[in-house]
Design a protein around this ligand. Structure first.
Ligand code: CA
Ligand code: CA
Ligand code: CA
Ligand code: CA
Length: 466
């Protein structure tokens, strides 16, 4: 094509020289421009980066020649990517007598004006014909496109031969155009903590939705969730397609967190080429953490001092009570024997504390040779939920006639032998048995023996077999 233009222009020039007997050929063949004032073929606007040019939108570009001197003919080709842009129309702005913003003077010979929409090329070849050279700047043509896909491509001036009147190339620079409607944007679209009011130790669910608001690419990015400035967790969203939303749940176990109000936020990491980063972070929802008020008292142990009790003799019951809640409590402890109240006291306990109380029971009114069940009950405190641990029982307590250590309804040699075996023992010894320690002074000595011996020969009116 370059050769064709040159031949064409030379022919035309020859005709003119013949007619005008002008200067000899070859006297004016130097390059027309210096680098500082080099002619330029360029697409205007040179850079169309516009995510609003979505498919089916239209735009128009112009191919211009600037700063040219002695311009007489040209062969220009423009190429584009047909998977992104579809040719719609074009207007050739030649000559300036018709299009003041155009180039070349009339008359003009239009040699080619061919659009190949499927190939994505346009070729225009023109030359003035017996006309003055063109100097200055102007538009060669404008071309409109319809966007058919997201992407980017050059509006490529793939050929540009500019000729002077004598068929010599005019040195110039070329600036291709660039089109992009690509858009990269990830967005945290919602952050929903639930519940908003929780007790420390509860787990709060934080539902986070993220959107790929871009048009071009599936995005992989990290989503971080914070309570105030504290990072809770990070999850990775993998290959989220354009326009798609992904929802994920973060679990915040608030154990060990101080009471207070916490702003919940989520942050999406910035993806390549992303410009709107303000929407990558969203704070929404304040979670209020409070200490759960727990009222819970419990009877944790119930230990009788002995299991065979001489009627009317000393007997005690060690009861351990614990405040398992988180507030101080004042409450009553009641002791029952076979359902009959035998003792009661009020106790105050700080949260987490326990106390062992010794209850005594004068068994004078007890019925000998009856099995007794002892029970210690802590009164339910206000707001208490767990009441299953407020009561403990002991079964198998036997009240006997004084001296009848083996509980068989008499005081005989067997009782004496039993106690004699433990004679001299003190509490803690293997042979010590609290049942033999009649006077409850932590030993089995002569006073305990005497207590039994003094009842020697007793026989209960109604013998109970055990
Ligand atoms: Ca963004
Ligand atoms: Ca309780
Ligand atoms: Ca006996
Ligand atoms: Ca004793």
């Amino acid at each position: 094509m370059k050769l064709a233009i040159r031949i064409l222009v030379v022919l035309i020039l020859f005709l003119e020289i013949t007619l005008t007997c002008a200067v000899p050929l070859g006297s004016n063949m130097q390059r027309m421009s210096t680098p500082s004032s080099l002619a330029r073929v360029h697409v205007d606007p040179g850079n169309i980066t516009d995510p609003t040019l979505t498919p089916s939108e239209n735009f128009t570009i112009e191919v211009k020649i600037s700063n040219i001197t002695g311009f007489y003919g040209f062969d220009i080709q423009l190429s584009w990517n047909t998977s992104i842009l579809n040719y719609t129309s074009h207007v050739v702005k030649i000559p300036v007598e018709t299009y003041p913003e155009g180039v070349l003077h009339q008359p003009v010979l239009q040699i080619k004006n061919d659009v190949n929409a499927s190939a994505g090329t346009y070729v225009i070849v023109c030359s003035s014909l017996q006309a003055p050279s063109f100097n200055g700047s102007g538009t060669v043509f404008e071309m409109s496109f319809t966007v058919i896909e997201y992407g980017r491509c050059a509006l490529d001036v793939s050929n540009s031969d500019l000729s002077d009147r004598k068929g010599y190339p005019i040195d110039h620079i070329v600036d291709d155009g660039y089109f992009s409607n690509e858009y990269y944007d990830v967005v945290v679209s919602s952050v929903v903590p639930s519940p908003l009011h929780a007790f420390i130790g509860d787990t709060i669910n934080i539902t986070v939705s993220v959107l790929n608001n871009g048009t071009t690419r599936a995005e992989t990015f990290n989503v971080s969730v914070f309570y105030d400035e504290v990072l809770l967790d990070v999850k990775t969203v993998i290959a989220l397609p354009p326009g798609a939303i992904e929802t994920m749940i973060f679990y915040w176990n608030s154990t060990g967190v101080s009471p207070g109000n916490y702003g919940i936020s989520a942050n999406a990491s910035i993806v390549s080429g992303e410009s709107d980063v303000a929407n990558n972070r969203l704070e929404d929802g304040i979670v209020t953490l409070t200490v759960e008020v727990i009222h819970d008292v419990a009877v944790t142990s119930l230990i009788p001092s002995k299991t065979v009790v001489f009627e009317g003799y000393c007997f005690s019951l060690n009861v351990t009570i614990e405040n398992q809640g988180n507030l101080p409590e004042t409450f009553n402890i009641s002791i029952h024997a076979n359902g009959n109240a035998i003792n009661k006291t009020q106790i105050s306990l700080n949260a987490g504390y326990s106390k062992t109380i010794i209850f005594t029971w004068e068994t004078v009114n007890a019925i000998a040779y009856n099995d007794y069940m002892l029970n210690a009950t802590a009164d339910e405190v206000n707001g208490e939920n767990d009441t299953s641990d407020n009561s403990l029982s002991f079964t198998g307590l036997l009240i006997v006639h004084a001296g009848d250590i083996d509980g068989d309804g008499d005081v005989d040699i067997f009782d004496i032998v039993w106690i004699a075996q433990a004679y001299g023992s003190t509490k803690g010894d293997q042979t010590y048995n609290s049942n033999f320690d009649v006077d409850c002074d932590d030993d089995v000595d002569i006073f305990d023996i005497v207590s039994i011996v003094s009842f020697y020969g007793y026989e209960a009116p109604k013998i109970r077999q055990i």
